[in-house]
Design a protein. Structure first.
Lengths: 87, 359
């Protein structure tokens, strides 16, 4: 499993876990930003799922919330998330 | 959208946004004084960011968070804490809420970040940013002493439909309904509605003890309770031994909006020596004054195991709080153990965070 696959798998798991929000697995889907359809709890839940998966499957220990919010600009889409993680 | 530093000139917009989401806001002077008269800001003369705001293209504030410095002591050393408050965001921009929180939780030279008014959402968000619940003995239990039992029970039943929690609460009400407490006092305490310079000596003595606490010196206490000083809503019960201040209890008279009850809340209880009789009598004195002020109940949130047991001996009963509410993100290893691995020694309460501004 690589980082992109961990993100894909977390998106699937997140979408299955509830009915209120749906993350589309496309590069320009806006997770955070003016056009995001997610609320803060949905973002937290998704990023926590991903953080756990990175640790369990790739042995990457990361404080994902700090990493994402310290590095992101005005918006964050799926592609940005993968590049932040790969860097 | 722009994330910018909040300024004291933003008060009106802060007030409007907070009111829209049913958050209490202090009057302009009191709000400005949180930073204008803060002892840390005055002494350090450094630039302190009072908070952050999310600004829309029309230059209107649509989200914000407050950032308030507190000084804590532990083993004779001081630690700088950032206390957050008023985290609010317009529904339209909810995905930016975490940007604001992240700004607060990632400042330079801060030892610990505190919120002690967390609701279920902010609790989860804080934990996602690696904040943790403090490991304090039964912090999740608020303790209550009923002065007007009949009114409390009637208002409580009016407010809630029957559910498991109500039935359990009624059982505990039943246990204390006919219980009589001995409120006799043999010590003479000094009572005031303000703090004098003797608190500086007291704070210097307290520093030597192995407890983590927010400053009790005169300057800090006068700042923290500024809006209540010299009013009937702030009461300071002081114990002196050989003319030296050796212990004090502070309570604040306020209203429980949900149940429409007048209450007094114990916010400070500190002493140099563990003299059980004197401490118990300070608590009893607080009950007696509260009774005279026609309060319906006295309540307490927080404090260590020793103090909690004294409250219980006098007749306070536990009432579980809906959510834990006291979370800390710690960036200083020196205080990691006392915060998260020392259940019986940790002694934090409402006074150690933003809750103190909403009483």
């Amino acid at each position: 499993m690589d980082i992109k696959e961990a993100v894909d798998s977390s998106i699937k798991e997140f979408n299955k876990s509830q009915d209120k929000f749906k993350i589309q697995n496309i590069d320009d889907f806006e997770l955070i930003g003016q056009n995001s359809t997610l609320d803060s709890m949905a973002i937290v839940n998704f990023l926590m799922l991903l953080e756990k998966k990175l640790l369990k499957d790739l042995n990457i220990k990361i404080n994902l919330m700090d990493k994402v919010f310290l590095e992101k600009k005005e918006k964050l889409n799926i592609k940005d998330l993968v590049s932040i993680l790969e860097s | 959208m722009n994330l910018e530093k909040l300024t004291l000139e933003d008060y009106e917009q802060v007030k409007n946004l907070s009111k829209k989401y049913k958050l209490d806001v202090l009057k302009k002077n009191d709000w400005t004084s949180i930073w204008g008269k803060n002892p840390f800001i005055i002494k350090s003369q450094k630039d302190w960011t009072i908070g952050w705001k999310l600004v829309d293209p029309k230059n209107e504030i649509v989200g914000l968070i407050h950032n308030i410095p507190f000084t804590f002591y532990y083993k004779n050393r001081n630690y700088l804490a950032a206390i957050c408050g008023n985290w609010v965001i317009d529904n339209k921009y909810r995905s930016f809420a975490l940007d604001i929180r992240s700004k607060f939780l990632n400042q330079k030279n801060i030892d610990l970040y505190i919120t002690n008014t967390a609701n279920e959402i902010s609790e989860k968000v804080m934990e996602a940013f690696k904040a943790k619940k403090i490991s304090q003995y039964e912090y999740f239990n608020r303790m209550v002493y009923m002065l007007n039992k009949r009114k409390i029970i009637i208002n409580y039943i009016k407010k809630f439909s029957f559910n498991k929690s109500l039935i359990e609460d009624i059982k505990s009400f039943k246990n204390i309904l006919f219980k009589k407490t001995d409120l006799g006092i043999s010590n003479n305490f000094s009572i005031s509605n303000n703090f004098g310079s003797d608190f500086d000596d007291f704070n210097n003595n307290l520093k030597k003890k192995e407890i983590l606490y927010s400053s009790k010196d005169c300057e800090w206490l006068n700042w923290k309770y500024a809006r209540l000083i010299n009013t009937d809503n702030l009461w300071v019960i002081k114990n002196y031994d050989s003319h030296k201040l050796t212990g004090f209890l502070v309570f604040v008279v306020n209203y429980e909006k949900n149940y429409k009850l007048k209450k007094s809340t114990v916010v400070e209880l500190s002493f140099i020596n563990e003299d059980e009789l004197k401490i118990s009598e300070m608590i009893k004195k607080c009950i007696l004054i509260s009774k005279k002020l026609n309060c319906d109940l006295v309540d307490v949130i927080g404090f260590n195991k020793y103090k909690k047991n004294l409250f219980k001996k006098i007749g306070f009963v536990d009432k579980k709080i809906n959510n834990f509410s006291f979370l800390v993100k710690n960036s200083n290893p020196e205080i990691e153990n006392i915060l998260f691995n020392n259940e019986t020694m940790l002694d934090l309460s409402l006074t150690d965070g933003d809750a103190i501004f909403s009483l």
